[in-house]
Design a protein around this ligand. Structure first.
Ligand code: PHE
Length: 377
């Protein structure tokens, strides 16, 4: 963190059964793409900073170096879930969705994990940028590590009491104006719409969508902070708003980056295309290498999940795997279920040889069989 790499052995006791963080995920901790001014993620972060600095001069305090794991600072499941009111039975708490370092410590799955501690420290306007971790399926827009920016603004009673509206409406209105301005700052004159949604930590909750390349694209989630969060953290009489946005998703659109794995590339042909302060320079692919598809079929067990499969495939093939897609599924008379997945292998940087791919697929088959309790067909 802050340039210091953390090794798995520093934080995980050997063979702790409550740990599900593989080495390839640990190795991402501390890379901090969002703190590199010449990287698309850092460039986007700085562009958002500019918007807040211009419109709210010296108001928002910026954090971009809060540690994603507990043993170095204090991101535990308490902060990631309990402090932002995530219900006890919410799927995001499961081992299938979240990386647990041990039974009560996680790699944060959102920057909302820092809301409560920063409110407690007395901050009223803040932005938190950081790497977040989620177990998920594999395709061109999903990667188990990505970056988010959180924004929180707290209003004291005297700010809305003369407004003629109640505190919640006042905050919701201010939130929408702020974020519409941000979207225009990043995307220019775009069509936008607000969609009602649910988050455990805000009410009402909204998503902002923009019309981009003939599609409505979700840009961020936000809402008026649950009063409980304010009350518990010393802000009983205040009202607040919060938003969280995924930097990769926006950067892919702004810079024309076709695959999320590219953000991790250290290939000069990628990194040299971006420079500090230049938002929206279009990425020129250095040539498109062909994908290679391999199928794998197996009888699943009750404990099988797609996220677990993707983790195993990623563990073997790393960033050479582009997509893992369910192609076929059926249940036979005996009640056994078979699934067929198609794995797309492709390097962003070079052509892969047949030999290399066959070896990868062989290793994937071995690993799937030994780690997932399935029967290969
Ligand atoms: N934490 C939410 C997510 O990761 C985003 C969010 C942040 C929504 C703040 C509302 C308020 O999806």
């Amino acid at each position: 963190i802050g340039g210091v790499k953390i090794a798995r052995d520093d934080v995980v006791r050997e063979s702790d059964p409550t740990n599900n963080v593989p080495d390839n995920i640990f190795s991402k901790i501390g890379l901090q793409l969002h703190r590199k001014d010449n990287h698309p993620i850092g460039i986007l972060k700085n562009a958002i900073y500019d918007y807040f600095d211009t419109n709210y001069p010296s108001k928002f305090v910026k954090f971009d170096d809060l540690c994603p794991i507990v043993s170095v600072q204090q991101i535990c499941s308490l902060q990631n879930f309990d402090e932002v009111l995530v219900p006890a039975d919410h799927v995001s708490r499961s081992y299938n969705d979240t990386y647990y370092v041990n039974a009560d410590t996680v790699l944060r799955c959102h920057t909302s994990a820092h809301q409560a501690e920063l409110l407690r420290e007395g901050h009223s306007h803040f932005l938190v940028t950081g790497d977040v971790y989620r177990r998920d399926s594999i395709d061109s827009t999903h990667y188990p590590v990505f970056h988010q920016m959180e924004g929180v603004r707290v209003f004291s009673p005297d700010e809305w009491k003369d407004s003629g509206t109640d505190a919640t409406s006042y905050a919701a209105m201010d939130l929408k104006i702020c974020l519409e301005g941000l979207a225009r700052h990043l995307f220019g004159a775009v069509e936008m719409r607000w969609v009602d949604t649910y988050f455990p930590f805000t009410d009402p909750s909204f998503e902002l969508e923009i019309y981009f390349q003939e599609n409505w694209m979700e840009v961020l989630g936000c809402g008026v902070t649950e009063q409980d969060i304010l009350t518990r953290n010393g802000r009983k009489d205040s009202v607040a708003w919060a938003f969280g946005l995924g930097l990769e998703r926006l950067a892919m659109v702004l810079f024309d980056i076709p695959d999320i794995r590219l953000f991790w590339s250290t290939d000069q042909r990628f990194t040299s295309q971006f420079s500090e302060g230049k938002l929206g320079v279009k990425f020129k692919p250095f040539s498109k290498f062909p994908p290679c598809y391999k199928d794998i079929s197996f009888w699943i067990s009750d404990s099988f999940t797609e996220n677990n499969l993707c983790e195993v495939v990623r563990g073997v093939a790393g960033d050479l795997v582009e997509e893992v897609k369910l192609m076929d599924k059926f249940t036979n008379k005996k009640g056994m279920t078979s699934q067929c997945y198609r794995i797309a292998y492709r390097s962003m940087e070079r052509s892969l040889t047949d030999e290399e791919i066959n070896q990868l697929q062989w290793n994937v088959r071995e690993a799937v069989q030994s780690k997932l309790h399935v029967t290969l067909r």
